[in-house]
Design a protein around this ligand. Structure first.
Ligand SMILES: NC(=O)c1ccc[n+]([C@@H]2O[C@H](COP(=O)([O-])OP(=O)(O)OC[C@H]3O[C@@H](n4cnc5c(N)ncnc54)[C@H](OP(=O)(O)O)[C@@H]3O)[C@@H](O)[C@H]2O)c1
Length: 250
């Protein structure tokens, strides 16, 4: 009988992993999406959508679906899912791997201010006298940045925020990465950006903005990743497939 792999998805890496494994005839590959996006990109292989109902729900799912291995490839900021996966896999005795792209690291010449939440980021904007800000925090995390006095925001989101919050001085830019360096330079010039607010997602797709900030000596307010459990970790799709092959061989 085929072995069953559950990928906890929502990231580029999760899609790439499903793509690489879906055609294997020794595997059934199921990607789980959180269901936040109305029209999500469809992964290769099978997929499901929506929360499991906490640790208990995921544990039941793993048992009922007879899952043989789980690869948690959720976003570095989707910490709740990662902690749940750890607990559920332990309870259901299913091997678990975390696939997580490395965080970006500041170069010596970078002007990053590290923050642990958006309230700190908001306060830093005011303290630093930011005036024209690229806000790249995700459409569900905009609320702390409403009513900022005397600060103009370029709010870059993949899909429109719903509900639309009130920003006194702003422009919404609907755009999906990857973003290249030439395009980012043009954008920063066109809007005269002096500060970026973003989270340390890592990866290449959205890193060009940080290079522009370095070139222009701009301020970056960088939200740090949330605390993570100590667990088996891969940083590439290839490493994850090696891990999976070892699990399936035992
Ligand atoms: N946070 C980000 O910045 C970000 C960026 C890009 C993509 N994403 C993706 O968007 C999804 C949601 O992110 P989040 O930050 O809201 O996550 P989160 O805070 O870690 O998760 C909250 C709840 O959403 C459900 N959930 C999350 N990921 C799921 C998945 N892959 N399949 C099924 N249920 C899932 C779980 O509900 P139950 O407890 O009911 O199981 C989880 O407890 C994740 O899949 C993540 O990979 C997040």
């Amino acid at each position: 009988m085929n072995k069953q792999l559950l990928i906890l998805g929502g990231t580029t890496e999760a899609y790439a992993l499903a793509e690489a494994l879906a055609l294997r005839d020794d595997l059934r590959v199921i990607t789980s999406l959180a269901g936040r996006t109305a029209q999500p990109r469809i992964p290769a292989g099978e997929w499901r959508s929506g929360g499991f109902g906490g640790v208990a729900g995921l544990t039941t799912y793993l048992r009922e679906q007879r899952i043989d291995a789980v690869i948690d490839a959720t976003h570095p900021f989707a910490a709740a899912m990662t902690w749940n996966a750890l607990e559920s896999c332990a309870a259901a005795e299913v091997p678990l791997l975390r696939l997580e792209r490395p965080a970006w690291i500041a170069a010596p010449e970078d002007r990053w201010e590290l923050v642990t939440d958006w309230a700190e980021a908001r306060a830093a904007l005011i303290t630093n006298g930011a005036q024209r800000v690229l806000l790249a925090v995700g459409r569900q995390e905009l609320a702390p940045f409403t009513e900022l006095p005397d600060i103009w925001l370029l709010i870059r989101v993949v899909t429109a925020p719903d509900p639309l919050l009130h920003f006194p001085a702003s422009q919404i830019l609907l755009a999906r990465g990857p973003f290249d360096l030439a395009g980012e330079r043009e954008l920063f010039t066109a809007h005269n950006i002096d500060t970026i607010v973003c989270k340390n997602s890592g990866g290449d797709a959205t890193a060009a903005k940080l290079i522009v900030a370095r070139e222009r000596n701009l301020h970056v307010i960088m939200r740090q990743r949330p605390p993570r459990p100590a667990q088996e970790l891969a940083i590439t799709v290839a490493e994850s497939i090696h891990w999976l092959n070892r699990q399936l061989a035992t």
